[in-house]
Ligand binder design. Structure first.
Ligand SMILES: Cc1ncc(COP(=O)(O)O)c(C=O)c1O
Length: 377
């Protein structure tokens, strides 16, 4: 049987075993320890910031960011509709309501003009402005974060950058995740780098990082007995997971280059195919990490995205439909949504392609050949 070509596998090729063994040998297997500190310092260095807090998941990081921004019962938070549910769920954890905003066709991320319209409409409807904006970098592609920040500043609304998929991506030379009030990263198994499960909160200053750490460790007050004035969470990253993360950081530059090279092969091989558009940086200010290479099929394609997914699966090639937008999810059917049809079209026509750094050029070329074969008549 042909080897399965997978979408995005964890890649463990360096010092993971050595560091994990060291963490276990040292008995630091708790959610604190030298590898957690080192992992945070490596992330600080990589991002050119000072206040990264390592956490148990990207979802936890979004939850803490919104909590630190004072989001609570009765508030509204604007969130990109075209995303994974974890971008929006923490809004609900805090008793607030998500307000979904559609995407724009070039970045696939939140449409700045629609964002402005949504803010104005929510102020009209509720006499209050939304408490925060969650902007997402889908598949690693930067959003138009400068425009988003400008609009957010006009209304004095803080922005949380959901850079779960975008470590290594840049907008105008700035690392994604370091531009908004808070940024978040994910180190889930399928991401650019992994800690098995994990995430990070990029904080704007020492004070908010200290507060994030306090909330992430059960909000225990500094007394000789357990004493709590605030509801806390158990969100710190374990030292064993951080040991994996430290090894993965040593490979990060290579990983980003490799994902970009994989995108380059797809772009080259599918360029002549009028039925397939490879999603690519829409301008020189964008520098995607291409966590996942993605395509959009034209209306005249002889197969739908889902038919192509099934055909490729029969060739042992794993692909995935794009995120189903949040406004199309039963859990969010009642949430306010400002729509322009873009995310629904993306969902209908788009596909994520195998992008694992474990794949060879030949395997990527094989996938592109299959796509060309089944999308041209
Ligand atoms: C866009 C987006 N936001 C948030 C998350 C949540 O991250 P985690 O799985 O680490 O909780 C993910 C990935 O899983 C994601 O893709």
């Amino acid at each position: 049987m042909e080897e399965q070509i997978k979408l995005s596998l964890p890649h463990l090729a360096g010092n993971e075993n050595k560091y994990v063994k060291d963490a276990i040998d040292s008995t630091w297997i708790t959610p604190l320890g030298p590898y957690v500190n080192r992992f945070e310092a490596l992330l600080d260095d990589y991002l050119g910031v000072k206040n990264v807090v390592a956490l148990s998941a990207g979802t936890a990081a979004i939850h803490l960011a919104l909590d630190l921004l004072g989001v609570g019962k009765g508030d509204e938070v604007i969130c990109q509709s075209m995303t994974f549910s974890a971008s929006a769920n923490p809004i609900v954890y805090l008793g607030a309501t998500p307000v979904f905003v559609d995407s724009e066709p070039d970045t696939w991320n939140i449409d700045p003009q629609l964002l402005r319209h949504a803010i104005e409409q929510r102020i009209k409807a509720t006499s209050r402005k939304p408490k925060a904006i969650v902007a997402v970098y889908l598949y690693g592609m930067p959003a138009k974060i400068d425009e988003i920040m400008k609009i957010a500043a006009e209304f004095d609304i803080p922005v949380v950058e959901d850079a779960a998929e975008a470590i290594g991506s840049e907008y105008n030379g700035h690392k994604c995740g370091t531009i908004g009030r808070f940024g978040i990263l994910s180190f889930n198994g399928n991401k650019m780098i992994t800690t098995s499960g994990g995430g990070a909160l990029i904080c704007p200053d020492e004070e908010s990082a200290r507060r994030a750490l306090f909330l992430a460790t059960q909000a225990r007050e500094n007394r000789p007995y357990y004493y709590h004035e605030t509801i806390g969470y158990n969100y710190r990253l374990s030292n064993v997971s951080a040991a994996i993360g430290c090894a993965q950081m040593e490979e990060l530059d290579w990983r980003v280059n490799r994902r970009r090279a994989i995108h380059g092969i797809y772009a080259d091989m599918l360029r002549g195919n009028a039925n397939v558009m490879v999603h690519s940086n829409p301008g020189s200010e964008f520098n995607s990490n291409y966590w996942l290479s993605t395509i959009l099929l034209s209306d005249s394609s002889p197969v739908t995205a889902d038919q192509l997914r099934q055909t490729l699966a029969s060739h042992n090639v794993e692909t995935r439909l794009l995120w189903r937008p949040m406004h199309m999810q039963p859990i969010y059917s009642d949430a306010p949504a400002y729509l322009n049809g873009v995310s629904e079209r993306l969902f209908d026509h788009g596909l994520c392609l195998p992008s694992s750094t474990t794949l060879s050029d030949e395997q990527i070329r094989h996938v592109a050949e299959l796509i060309n074969k089944y999308t041209t008549v």
